[in-house]
Ligand binder design. Sequence first.
Ligand code: NAD
Ligand code: 0WE
Length: 258
Amino acid sequence: MLDLTGKNALITGIANNRSIAWGIAQQLHKAGANIGISYLPDERGKMENKVAELVKPLNPSLFVPCNVQSDEQIKQMFREVADKWGKLDILIHCLAFANKEDLTGSFSNTSRAGFNQALEISTYSLTQLSGAAKPLMTEGGSIVTLTYLGGVRAIPNYNVMGVAKAGLEMSVRYLAAELGEQNIRVNAISAGPIRTLASSAVGGILDMIHHVEEIAPLKRTVTQLEVGNAAAFLCSDLASGITGQILYVDGGYEIMGM
Ligand code: NAD
Ligand code: 0WE
């Protein structure tokens, strides 16, 4: 049985009720995990209030700000994990960012600053958070991140995010190779396109979703809760032999050639 009772799970990347991280948080909670939430702080505290209200039903025992561009905020977040929980079992990395203008038009126009920012937030953050989590995962652990097919194939307009996801998927393998001896498993879920805050800001996302509904073996896209179920599995002892893998939760789209 899938059982996460007694496990402390820190979940990043919830912005609203459409976030993939929200689907994951709900399923980890359902499986009995003790939940901690981080949110991206803004000046007026709007995000803090919104996310706090949303996650109330999960009774989070930890609720912390974390902008992954700040070493200080990351340090502070894991200090709180150490103080309040003592040990960490599960880390969910569910965030990405690129400039909107870098997600359209010519990839060869990507600026140095845009490229660096996309890879700092979307790729380096996994390594950084994993390094900070490592000393707290004293009884082993499971780290799960979110990726997309655009990191493996050239998908129109995904551009610099594709490069970031390719780096993220390779980071999963290097982290898994290093952390395995501490019984920390590191895996990624490659989700099919889902309407979220991030994806809705992308032109033509609905056409992409309709294309997947036509081609994918299951003839539909996936939901945040289906991704959440796969994450709960990867975080559970049912997946004790699985590390360094990219698990496709995409209705089967990835296998198709025509
Ligand atoms: P979302 O907008 O709900 O989530 C993105 C999150 O990233 C937000 O919570 C935002 O606050 C956070 N974030 C951005 N910059 C940050 C920073 N500097 N520090 C901390 N947090 C920051 O969108 P989503 O679609 O749920 O995206 C979550 C993950 O899923 C991303 O890695 C994305 O690439 C991946 N993914 C999405 C889809 C899709 O179609 N929606 C498909 C496959 C993979
Ligand atoms: O990873 C993602 C979304 C990533 C993302 C989206 C935005 C839009 C708003 C990162 N940064 C930003 N920055 C913004 O300002 N997905 C897998 C969803 C997605 O994004 C695409 C897609 C799909 C699918 C972009 C182009 C083409 C397809």
